[in-house]
Design a protein around this ligand. Structure first.
Ligand SMILES: NS(=O)(=O)c1ccco1
Ligand SMILES: [Zn+2]
Length: 255
């Protein structure tokens, strides 16, 4: 089999094409509360998102992604560990083949059914590609999903993007409805969890998970890695295994 973009041969081979994947600041990591350092200088983060910035929802064969207009400061994240306003570019999810796993980050041994990432970049670096080369280039808000009773709209959009390459309009959507009540978060410096795994991310992981229903998880698991006219290949387990912490300190905004 040819090893295209490293995803064919799995995470342990990514470094053969993308050396950064073996760096000292890789993500995801396990967060052990006993090693976390509360930092009282960490203030609250603030998202001001324009629902009109939402554009499309797509299945790229590896995740389902909602794309936003990031040509100006239209939907921005600021505060917390960040300096300046970071522009929301896209959100996507990682999930498992069953509810007992699927998240990328693991908290005190707990794996969540899924993990939602809201990817923002720092416009002081000109464009997204430039931001990837900077340690303060990107900020990703991670939200854990646990299975229970409620509903959310992203998963409604999934009906139109069952197979790889499908894209559908996804407009008038304010992603801040996805935030849990509490703003408590952990933060650490890490990387993209997919190749090339650039180490440019300030991770902001929200302590309180949001709830999704069993049929919502079933919808996510009904996506296919393959295109429309190919055999269904369930899109599941699109999470990267844990990476070495290598002496990094995770800070918390809460005690
Ligand atoms: N999973 S993640 O947020 O690190 C990401 C965004 C784009 C590629 O990988
Ligand atoms: Zn992600």
């Amino acid at each position: 089999r040819i090893a295209r973009n490293g995803l064919i041969w799995g995470p342990d081979h990514w470094h053969e094409n993308y050396p950064m994947a073996k760096g000292d600041k890789q993500s995801p990591i396990e967060i052990n509360s006993k090693d976390v350092q509360h930092d009282s200088s960490l203030g609250p983060w603030h998202a001001s998102y324009d629902p009109g910035a939402a554009k499309t929802i797509l299945n790229n064969g590896r995740t389902c992604r909602v794309v936003f207009d990031d040509t100006f400061d239209r939907s921005v994240l600021r505060g917390g560990p960040l300096t300046g306003a970071y522009r929301l570019r896209q959100l996507h999810l990682h999930w498992g083949s069953s509810d007992d796993h699927g998240s990328e980050h693991v908290i005190d041994g707990v794996k969540y059914a899924a993990e939602l990432h809201m990817v923002h970049w720092n416009p002081k670096h000109g464009n997204f590609a430039g931001a990837l080369k900077q340690p303060d280039g990107v900020a990703v808000v991670g939200i854990f999903l646990k299975v229970s009773g409620k509903y959310s709209r992203i998963l409604q959009g999934i009906d139109n993007i069952k197979t790889k390459g499908k894209e559908a309009p996804f407009q008038h959507f304010d992603p801040s409805i996805l935030f849990p009540k509490s703003r408590d978060y952990w933060t650490y410096h890490g990387s993209f969890t997919t190749p090339p795994c650039e180490e440019c991310i300030t991770w902001i992981l929200l302590r309180e998970p949001i709830e999704v229903s069993p049929d919502q998880m079933a919808k996510l698991r009904s996506l296919s890695k393959n295109g429309e006219n190919e055999p269904v290949n369930p899109l599941v387990d699109n999470w990267r295994p844990l990476q070495p912490v290598k002496g990094r300190v995770v800070r918390s905004s809460f005690k």
